[in-house]
Design a binder for this molecule. Structure first.
Ligand SMILES: Cc1ncc(COP(=O)(O)O)c(C=O)c1O
Ligand SMILES: Nc1c(O)cccc1C(=O)C[C@H](N)C(=O)O
Length: 410
């Protein structure tokens, strides 16, 4: 395949102009937006205003005058269209791990007579760790489902309270059918909790259409909210009046500033909040989401599939001869927005590419992972990245000593 083909795809790309909404370092091919998204334009100014004016000059009055108090709802409203969520169902705060904890407990409490949580061994580890912790706390049993080996129905029975799944798998990019899984879970009388960390902002999520119950997801990956951005939480409208999460802090109270002795949950999604809003991070996420202004997630998904199709075709054509195995579901309906390459020297391969200013990441034990974020990745970026990969493999750069020494964060 010639580069001209990728150039033509860029020329015809209706989303090409969105790249200008980001401050991307020159000469960098950034294929790690599924771990930490880049800086959208306007965010640095928003952060500067927040710290240098709102906090410095207006101090505590800013909770009212600069909308700090309403930030979780403001950001929730911006996220709802990206998640296919009903109005008033999404809020933000805490890390994904904490949101998971809160909604796992809340989900189990929706089915108090049942004792089993179903999840997958291939989860991002924090999901499994938190599920184990909640099971220990509530005296539940964890039942592991291996999607590749058995239909979900085989692990569902009338003791299953909750099914907690990552919609897109963080390693191999396999995507569940949100509607079909949710339907099967409901037929078994259980509730579903989706982790949308690797979906939100990159693939078409339709929480309302799926009839989902609960969901969480990261703010710092495809949503570009910056390192440690607050995570989002969703509860379906039918649960908003009754969902009972365990960290009953004052920000989730119906009237926090009445300073009542007893806890009374807020009406609506605000009851999913716990402590004081992390204002700086939430304002940054608020500003970052402006990069999605006027963008239809269906168009994002269309481009994501075209990018991964190109990546896969090039990997098949050029990388297999070096013994590199492309790992991405061939079926569009089961594909997230990333491509993985399996090779024994994956760590050194990723380091050699970073030295060439092509950034992906390494995942144990033998995966080089590359995220494609349709808002700023060009078809020519994918083409050029594969050219660099071919050059690294041909020259054996992935085996050089300087590329195989491990860093703390991978
Ligand atoms: C699927 C998934 N869930 C949860 C997390 C962890 O989120 P946090 O560090 O915000 O708790 C990540 C990534 O870090 C992830 O990929
Ligand atoms: N949250 C991260 C961090 O603080 C440092 C490095 C990576 C991360 C990640 O988000 C990893 C990511 N969830 C993954 O899918 O691998």
């Amino acid at each position: 395949m010639e580069r001209a083909q990728a150039e033509a795809l860029d020329r015809d790309d209706p989303l090409a102009h969105l790249r200008d909404r980001f401050e991307l370092p020159g000469g960098l091919i950034y294929l790690d937006g599924n771990s930490l998204g880049p800086l959208p334009r306007g965010v640095a100014e928003r952060a500067g205003r927040l710290v240098g004016t709102e906090w410095r000059d207006d101090l505590i009055t800013s909770w009212n005058t600069h909308g700090w108090y309403d930030l979780p709802a403001t950001v929730g409203r911006k996220l709802e269209p990206l998640l296919g969520a009903e109005p008033g169902t999404v809020t933000v705060g805490d890390s994904t791990s904490v949101q998971l904890f809160k909604l796992l407990v809340a989900g189990a409490r929706l089915r108090p007579d049942r004792r089993v949580v179903v999840t997958e061994p291939g989860n991002f580890p924090t999901d499994s760790y938190v599920i184990d912790g909640v099971a220990r706390l509530l005296g539940l049993t964890v039942r592991w489902w291996s999607a590749a080996d058995e239909p979900l129905e085989d692990v569902l029975d009338d003791d299953v309270a909750l099914v907690s799944l990552c919609h897109v798998d963080y390693r191999l990019g396999r995507m569940h059918d949100g509607a079909a899984v949710t339907r099967a879970v409901h037929e078994a009388g259980a509730v579903v909790l989706w982790d949308l960390c690797h979906s939100a902002g990159a693939v078409a999520v339709d929480l309302a259409g799926w009839d989902a119950d609960l969901a969480v997801g990261c703010g710092y990956k495809y949503l570009n909210g910056g390192p440690g951005a607050p995570a989002f939480a969703y509860a379906a409208p039918r649960w908003l009046g009754s969902v009972d999460q365990p960290i009953t802090g004052w920000f989730g109270h119906a009237t926090p500033f009445a300073l009542d002795r007893d806890y009374r949950p807020a009406d609506g999604v605000r009851r999913l909040l716990s402590g004081t809003t992390p204002v700086i991070g939430t304002a940054v996420l608020d500003s970052a989401l402006d990069a999605f202004d006027g963008v239809a997630i269906a168009d994002v998904r269309r481009k994501s599939l075209a990018l991964t199709d190109l990546f896969l075709a090039l990997a098949d054509e050029r990388l297999r001869e070096f013994g590199v195995e492309p790992e991405v579901p061939r079926d569009h309906t089961a594909r997230g927005s990333q491509l993985c390459l399996r090779l024994p020297e994956a760590y050194g391969f990723v380091q050699a590419l970073i030295a060439r200013r092509v950034v992906g990441d390494f995942r144990e034990p033998d995966l080089a992972r590359f995220g494609v974020a349709p808002l700023y990745i060009r078809f020519t970026d994918v083409y050029d990245a594969v050219e660099h990969m071919t050059a690294v493999l041909a020259a054996g750069e992935h085996r050089r000593p300087e590329n195989v020494a491990r860093a703390a964060v991978t």
